[in-house]
Design a protein around this ligand. Structure first.
Ligand code: 13P
Length: 336
């Protein structure tokens, strides 16, 4: 077993999942302002530190994705943030792309940037304790999108990123996110996600990536957020599994879904059903941002000193997601 494969399994095994707390300062500011909290470095740290020192860090959270600001911060407990995360036996990770920019040649689409100087930044993040990384490619659906250009160029960037990350002895999370925005059908999402994944794995193969040392972070197969033809949760699970079985090589150890704008409950229930029907060898777990943090953030915003109350809410959500990663969640458990 390679070292990279060991790291991936440490993050994903036994129902554990990933807490995606890597919102850029711009995104975090929007989240905090939406609940009337000032977005200062101190407040961003306080909320994140509250989550990172919760009980569920021991048994539910296998890895935390950090943002550049956070990996360099020291917690109020005086521990450096990566040390705080490692003290629970969870693995610190870091977002390393510099965001999705206008794709020249198809300006209604996006290309993720951040390859320049990546090797040097990775060496610094490794010294700070990071052992895995994230890069998100983003694709929108319409009758003409994603274009071949967007599918090709984002796959190429994801593969170049992955090869530099593996060279630096870290596990790359490969995140091609086909967005939920729009009124497209689930079949459309299935076809377009399949094309995106196929191209990503072609490029990863071309760049000699050790597939046992990556984590795939895809979207689930859903109808567009403004479509009136919603799928049942069973069909979401079945179509998602079909898409992954057809497009993901079996060497990949695990798949950690993004929540992508689903509610906490939808994201939990869909993951649970995916695991109930999972007839593959892939670990299927979560790498949620909003679907792990939403309720905790809302509660915290009412009294930012109420650490224990906030942690109770976060622990519940993380426990529910970890049960869903094992196909053991049920709606009744939400009430306990
Ligand atoms: P969401 O679960 O809120 O989609 O965030 C996950 C993530 O990391 C997006 O890049």
């Amino acid at each position: 077993m390679s070292e990279l494969n060991k790291i991936a399994l440490k993050i994903l095994s036994n129902g554990k999942g990933i807490l995606a707390a890597d919102e850029s300062t711009g995104t975090m500011t929007k989240r905090l302002e939406s609940v009337n909290v000032t977005s200062s470095p101190e407040n961003r740290l306080l909320f994140r530190e509250t989550l990172f020192s919760s009980e569920s860090m021991k048994n539910c959270i296998g890895g935390v994705i950090l943002y550049d600001e956070t990996i360099k911060q020291t917690a109020n407990s005086k521990q450096k943030i990566p040390e705080l995360i490692s003290s629970f036996n969870a693995v610190p990770g870091i977002k390393v792309d510099s965001g999705a920019k206008v794709l020249a040649g198809s300006p209604e689409e996006k290309i993720t940037e951040g390859l320049d100087g990546l090797r040097e930044r990775l060496k610094d993040y490794y010294k700070r304790g990071a052992r895995f990384t994230k890069w998100r490619g983003v694709y929108n659906i319409s009758d003409k999108y994603p274009s071949k250009l967007s599918i090709h160029s984002n796959a190429h960037a994801l593969a170049r990123y992955s090869s530099i990350v593996q060279e630096c002895k870290m596990v790359p999370i490969v995140e091609p996110e086909v967005l939920m925005d729009g009124n497209h059908s689930a079949e459309d999402c299935f076809d377009k996600t399949s094309a995106v994944l196929k191209k990503c794995f072609e490029e990863l193969a071309l760049h000699n990536i050790d597939l046992a040392g990556i984590i795939l972070k895809p979207n689930m197969i859903l109808a567009g957020a403004s479509s009136d033809k919603k799928l049942s949760n069973e069909d979401v699970a079945k179509l998602t599994l079909k898409c992954l079985k057809e497009n993901v090589p079996s060497e990949v150890p695990g798949i950690a879904f993004l929540s992508g704008g689903q509610s906490e409950l939808e994201a939990t229930e869909n993951l649970n059903l995916i695991n109930k029907y999972n007839d593959t060898n892939f670990i299927m777990t979560y790498s949620y941002g909003r679907a792990l943090q939403q309720s905790a953030l809302k509660f915290w915003s009412k009294d930012i000193k109420n650490i224990q109350g906030t942690q109770k809410i976060f622990n519940h959500r993380a426990n529910m997601c970890t049960l869903a990663s094992q196909g053991k969640w049920s709606a009744e458990l939400e009430k306990k």
